[in-house]
Design a protein around this ligand. Sequence first.
Ligand SMILES: O=C(O)C1=C[C@@H](OP(=O)(O)O)[C@@H](O)[C@H](O)C1
Ligand SMILES: C=C(OP(=O)(O)O)C(=O)O
Length: 459
Amino acid sequence: MDITIRGSRSLRGQITVPGDKSISHRAIMLGAIAQGVTEIERFLMAEDCLATVDCFRKMGIDIRIIHENMSSTGKEIAGKSEVLDFNPENAKVKVFGKGLHGLKKPDCPLYVGNSGTTIRLLSGILAGQDFDVEITGDESIRRRPMGRVTEPLRLMGANIEGAEGGNKAPLKIRGGKLFAINYRLPVASAQVKSSLLLAGLYAKGQTTIEEPEKSRDHTEIMMKAFGVDISRENNTVRLNPVPELRPQKITIPGDISSAAFFMVGACILPDSDIIIKNVGINPTRTGIVDALRLMGADIEILNESITNGEPVADIRVRSSRLKGINVKGPIIPRIIDEIPILAVAAAFAEGVTVIKDAGELKVKESNRIAAMVDGLSTFGASITETEDGMVIEGGGKLKGGRVKSYGDHRIAMSQAITALGAEGSTIIENVDCVNISYPDFFKTLTKISVHGSSGPAIH
Ligand SMILES: O=C(O)C1=C[C@@H](OP(=O)(O)O)[C@@H](O)[C@H](O)C1
Ligand SMILES: C=C(OP(=O)(O)O)C(=O)O
């Protein structure tokens, strides 16, 4: 489906964003291998997390999705087509965990769709099972590098085959007796770290992982709650296996990666004032807040609290005069998925923004550097691709046009925000990919877009 968006005057109002994608995946995974029932509130009902649900159902785990509003007892929803259009705020999931050794061999290959988090984290769990299994995904997943997990998992004793010597999916994983390793990650990647920590639950001895920069630590926080013996000292995480994981009640905070689109929209559109309620503000994820504030954004963090070990707050953002900045080094893993929308902010800022050390963007769902350079150039922005990032000269007037999503949810949503700030109309091609992380994105954007007299801004 293509969508047409006209420049909008401002964003105003109070919204919530759906549950955090990273935390939703982890809640299903740890719930499935815990002993007993894990209950999850505000689970992210989007394609990536439903792919994780599907993989565990195929391995014999009963996972029930309940829509609390439908009746006093709640209605169970079986398939994903049914779930995509109900209010994600009311989604509750029950995972009937069968313990560390309760998964059964699936009778078909596991399919992760577009989800890198699913294939990489799940590979760690599969490496510890005493059955063999094939795991694969869509065309984008089959292009993304898997050697970063298969190599260390082989060092732990797993037998893994795959395309290009095990660097690409489909992967065939024959789990076995694992032993712990001391491993220094070549790139700061929470997916690789988490995969090895999950495998570490099945390994003999203490698993030690050192990361070059601190990446998101949701796995460590959640594992601790499930009773895992896990600790951190500077950038080194240590894990000792435990006989059993304790099931949990988890409420998932709103996803700051989804909130980021509205934050930038409110900054760049005049007369904007929005409040995004209950957003996860784990410091390993708030690089976008830091970067926007450095650019001069008017952002307030209100009503801070802690839920399941994760900091949560409301975020208020008002129209701001942004200026260009340099973004590089340790902030990069803390802002990795928000760099496309940061590039949009930069295009509307006065002066030059230089983004470096972001080569990882080339191996996401699409090559996000090339995709943003292509998209923002079509809008008339001055943007150049570099070896590990981009240089954006902001401040020029942008004009609507026809842009591609590259089948990448974050690119589609970044283009939508650019279109609101551009003159005239924009057509964004193939926006169905927003279902990967945020099925209601356009609905919410329409709700808070204040436009002129010529009808709705988005159709
Ligand atoms: O662990 C996670 O949930 C994620 C880690 C990041 O990937 P990398 O670990 O590849 O940097 C991020 O880009 C992805 O959206 C989710
Ligand atoms: C990179 C992303 O996800 P994944 O790696 O799980 O596909 C993302 O959501 O931006």
